[in-house]
Design a binder for this molecule. Sequence first.
Ligand code: WT7
Length: 640
Amino acid sequence: MLAEIRSLAEYQEAWKNSIHNPESFWKTVAESFYWFTPFTKVKEGDFKQVNMQWFVGGQTNLCYNCIDRHLPEKANQTALIVEPNDPTTPAKVVSYQDLYNAVCMFANALEKHGIKSGDRVCLYMPNGFEAAVAMLACTRIGAIHSVVFGGFSARALADRIHDTGSAILITADSIFRGNKEVSLKAIADEACQSCPSIQSVIVLKHTGSEINWNQGRDIWWHDFMENQPSTHTAVAMDAEAPLFILYTSGSTGKPKGIVHTTGGYMVYIGYTFRNIFQSQPQDIYFCTADVGWVTGHSYGVYGPLLNGITSVLFEGVPTWPNAGRFWEIVDKFKINILYTAPTAIRALEAFGAEWPAKYSLASLRILGTVGEPINVEAWNWYHKQIGKEKCPIVDTWWQTETGGIMISNLAGVTAEKPTFATLPFPGIDPVLVDETGKEITDTVAEGRLCIRSSWPGVARTTWRDHERFKQTYFSTFPGLYYTGDGCRRDEGSFYRITGRVDDVVNVSGHRIGTAEVESALAEHPAVIESAVVGYPHEVKGQGLYAFVICEPHHSEYPNLIPECQQIITQKIGSFAKLDFIQVVPGLPKTRSGKIMRRILRKIVEGETQNFGDTTSLLDPTIVQQILTDYQIIRNKHTKP
Ligand code: WT7
């Protein structure tokens, strides 16, 4: 079992040690994992060269550490519980031995099919047992998985398949989320039309819905696995071998394929999970995130399995068939640790405290939140109605690029402070800088959050585009990793993340690049130009508001708004739909043609007068014109 930090003093000691002697600190942590070949050097490279490496020379296997290593003691212990969308269908309960057998069969099937280490495998699947099996089987054979969330459109899926050059796609006939069916196979078929790299599509029979069949290309999941041996020798992978690619949106261009590597990711995820959640060997843990996002990767599948505990995966949604679903799941499986997003808490809070009151929730010991800043009301509700004022809440700040949690209290060990992620995890050295890149050394400060030096879980590159990786994260403030988040530090050196300061909007914990939405809008024939900004939204944290300049004859498009929504749904996915679209006569631009988004952000935050310095605007009167219509729209509250 991994070492546990059990007191504030131990935390302080570990943090200091990790910063002053990172090599010896991480050596000790890493040695509690299984290595086929021991590493010879703990850490190499830095944020200046952007050539970070960890556990150099070592060989290991993430899947082996998640499963095989536990078998001698835990073969019959439950590894995964999968709660289906429909509460009347029994949950699937899978022991470590069952998981081993299924993963080995799938790993053998992949290898027999010609997939080898370094090949990319794309997953577009329900959040369930088979997704975990496919991910673990990939890591077992050294193939690089690229999981695409089941809410993405055919175009978004195709872009990702294309960028990774995956030869194989694993999907399912369809999924139900609540009472809504999503035809994954039909979307996958559409995506594959523009993806010549795809040679085979493995199809899980999940709902039994009718699907089209492409003879010669499509293979049923059960046929693919059939007669495969249920043992398999895990492939020894170099610590720096790419492990998975996961796409995420930034402030410019297309989504980036974030690349994580084997050894550092494993060590960082296993160790953060153990300490932040203070997990104990018999814990039943429920992370509500989908495996399609990094939270599902790191803390739905890999973190809990590395620690040999039971992880619950849930295919459905929090509000179906009613707003008691999460709480019903907590009681049904006697969940000890619950990890969810502020947006889910706020959505459930809106249904009233009578829903959690119907359940005991007595099994809960620790609560966690992730994905966006949590507001005080939601924190208090979670603390009182769910935690019954006895469960510590860990507010965990991190990003797809960081691999694992970076700033968080350790449950019950270090202090919590509502709305603050609080203190950096051992190995993490946060820095606040001002707009010019100067480090702010005062304790109490507000600035842009950067990280000073490398930690084992940091992403190593963006897939096939290292320049872009350097440019995005290491060029704004040279030598530092730049997070894109604004942050405050209080007198106790607690950190509070205030939200993105770049052109990324966080809608219900989903990261959406405004540039991507704008480029989708530009596909509408009536749209000349647009600017999309995030505005404060009661439940979703942020919503999307678009200011759109249209062709003079745009009245010829009476369905402009629904058509724009349709394009966004097709290009990205329905979760990126706009909350408001305002047709404007112009946008607040500088003389050099740059949109002053700062002004638009102020407008959607409800500011009516103080727009700061507007002297560089080409046409300052445009602000007033936009504002007048904005107020009419918001007052009517007419959503498109
Ligand atoms: C962005 C990263 C990390 C897993 C889920 C999202 C925001 C994340 C918190 C938190 C305030 C948070 C940040 C960050 N964020 N956790 N506890 N408090 N903000 O991963 O899609 O890569 O998004 O989510 O703005 O940059 P992601």
